[in-house]
Write a new protein. Structure first.
Length: 123
């Protein structure tokens, strides 16, 4: 496993992925932000409305939910669909690349869920 980690690190360094101006830093910041991960995972099963996202992503403010959704939409991970009705209905879902990303995120989230009690218990 260590040799795989070293080669992955070497590939990242060779391609400049850790440099300060690299676009990967921007995308990682958006995706791996506190709220970005939770919103992406919340959208992993089905399209979801604003109010339900607020309930599922407990603790997020309206401002942060709106800001994070706009960012993830601009990055091409989230699709926003407005249905003309009174009041207007807005559904959020993952795009193709958003779904691909979440497939990779879910194992990390599963690992964190499994190990968080022991890790936090050490503090």
């Amino acid at each position: 496993m260590v040799s795989q980690q070293v080669s992955a690190l070497e590939r990242m360094l060779d391609s400049g992925n850790f440099s300060s101006g690299c676009p990967t830093r921007v995308v990682l910041d958006h995706v791996m932000s506190r709220w970005g991960v939770l919103i992406l995972v919340a959208l992993s099963d089905r399209p979801t409305r604003w109010g339900e996202l607020r309930r599922v992503v407990d603790g997020i403010s309206e401002k942060m939910l709106a800001q994070t959704l706009r960012t993830l939409e601009a990055d091409g991970f989230v699709h926003r669909e407005v249905t003309a009705s009174i009041p207007p209905r807005v559904d959020y879902s993952l795009t193709g690349s958003g779904g691909e990303l979440v497939e990779r995120l879910l194992p990390l989230v599963d690992w964190v869920t499994e190990h968080a009690p022991a890790i936090v218990g050490r503090s």
